[in-house]
Design a protein around this ligand. Structure first.
Ligand SMILES: NC(=O)c1ccc[n+]([C@@H]2O[C@H](COP(=O)([O-])OP(=O)(O)OC[C@H]3O[C@@H](n4cnc5c(N)ncnc54)[C@H](O)[C@@H]3O)[C@@H](O)[C@H]2O)c1
Length: 357
């Protein structure tokens, strides 16, 4: 391997611009050497603004480039499996965006290919490195909240639909709406903080209320189609039974008549956490609730400062894992585990029954 790990970016859209490229470039041994997008103008602009000299418009060409060690797949969900599998077979390491794929069958093939080819397959579960999430995870593992009785994750967007007709809102290209787009984050954050307990059953409900009526437009999305197809969910509610008896509920909306809110509560029989992530500018710090000699107490833990920001930890650890100096934050197997739950949620919603896992 050359002194620098050379990364090619596949998909020159929003997350590549705001996440992947700056994140990889922060690593002392990571460099971004090529960009690929079918939208050549977008690829050229992103390359030019980042000093990247090579631009491709066909993903088959970038994965065949011998001067590239690894790629990041920042494409519409429908392309994650095909491009990741082809890249792995071409000998590249892959950091794939979330959700891992559109179906469990695709995800299984991605993970099996990574293992067979001996390449790193990571997934961008970008919320895991947050200091609050890491703190809660460590304390749950130490037994500080005791046996989990109830956990809740909410990501409520008042108006966050990424256009009406872009790939995000077309099921054939996205696989699903709010549940796959942001439900994946909430589900992963809560279960990860709980130490990934076994889930024994899931009951899910999905609805499309605002999208079909062209209401609730948000700011995200590179291709701002306004009058196209919307055939995905914009609200999802999940109830997960844990094998040891606890209950986890997840609620996410792309758009709803309610206040923006992100909240995680982890409640055990010895203590509990209340965390309002700061996405919407809510500055309430993480709180820990317990008792002291029978009296309720509430403490605000001191959290470590994460140099370069929590979001960049994913990219740093991806390069570290390729170079054999660390491990990824979230692996393909982790992405597959969450995908199984997402798929079961859609099955539960369509069959209107609880699904045993
Ligand atoms: N981890 C996170 O927090 C996070 C945040 C946002 C998006 N994402 C994920 O990142 C992925 C991309 O999302 P985005 O918001 O950047 O979307 P986007 O629409 O802004 O970018 C996607 C890009 O892919 C390009 N593209 C489409 N088909 C292509 C093809 N066949 N070959 C090459 N390029 C092609 C499009 O032209 C576009 O530029 C999605 O899977 C999304 O779920 C993750």
């Amino acid at each position: 391997m050359s002194t620098s790990t050379r990364v090619g970016i596949i998909g020159a859209g929003a997350i590549a611009m705001h996440g992947h490229i700056p994140g990889i470039k922060k690593h002392p041994h990571g460099s971004v050497v090529a960009v690929c997008d079918t939208n050549q103008e977008r690829a050229n602009a992103l390359a030019a603004s980042n000093g990247i000299s090579t631009v491709y418009t066909n993903w088959r060409d970038i994965i065949a480039d011998p001067n590239i060690d690894a790629v990041t797949v920042a494409l519409p969900n429908a392309l994650h499996a095909e491009v990741t599998i082809a890249a792995l077979k071409a000998g590249k390491h892959v950091l794939c965006e979330k959700p891992l794929a559109m179906t469990v069958a695709q995800g299984e093939e991605m993970v099996a290919t990574a293992h067979k080819e001996g390449r790193v397959l990571a997934i961008n579960m970008s919320n895991r490195p947050r200091a609050e999430v890491q703190y809660m995870k460590a304390k749950v593992a130490e037994g500080k909240i005791g046996k989990i009785s109830y956990a809740q994750g909410r990501m409520i967007r008042r108006a966050g639909i990424p256009g009406f007709g872009s790939w995000f809102t077309r099921k054939e290209l996205s696989g699903g709406g709010a549940l796959l787009d942001i439900g994946v984050h909430m589900l992963d954050m809560v279960l990860y903080a709980l130490g990934n307990p076994k889930v024994s059953a899931i009951r899910g409900e999905v609805q499309a209320v605002h999208g079909p009526q062209r209401r609730g437009l948000g700011g995200w999305g590179s291709d701002r189609v306004m009058d196209g197809t919307f055939d995905v969910d914009d609200l999802a509610s999940l109830h997960l039974r844990l094998a040891d008896g606890g209950l986890v509920t997840i609620e996410v909306t792309w758009a709803v008549y309610a206040q923006n809110e992100e909240r995680i509560q982890l409640i055990g029989d010895q203590g509990g956490f209340d965390f309002y992530p700061t996405l919407y500018g809510n500055d309430k710090p993480l709180r820990f609730y317990s008792d002291d000699n029978g009296s309720p107490i509430e403490t605000i833990p001191t959290l470590p400062h994460i140099a370069d920001g929590a979001g960049n930890v994913i990219y740093k650890r991806y390069i570290d894992a390729i170079r054999g100096t660390g491990a990824v934050v979230a692996s393909g197997d982790d992405g597959l585990a969450i995908l199984r739950l997402l798929e079961a949620t859609y099955k539960s919603a369509s069959e209107k029954r609880e699904i045993s896992l």
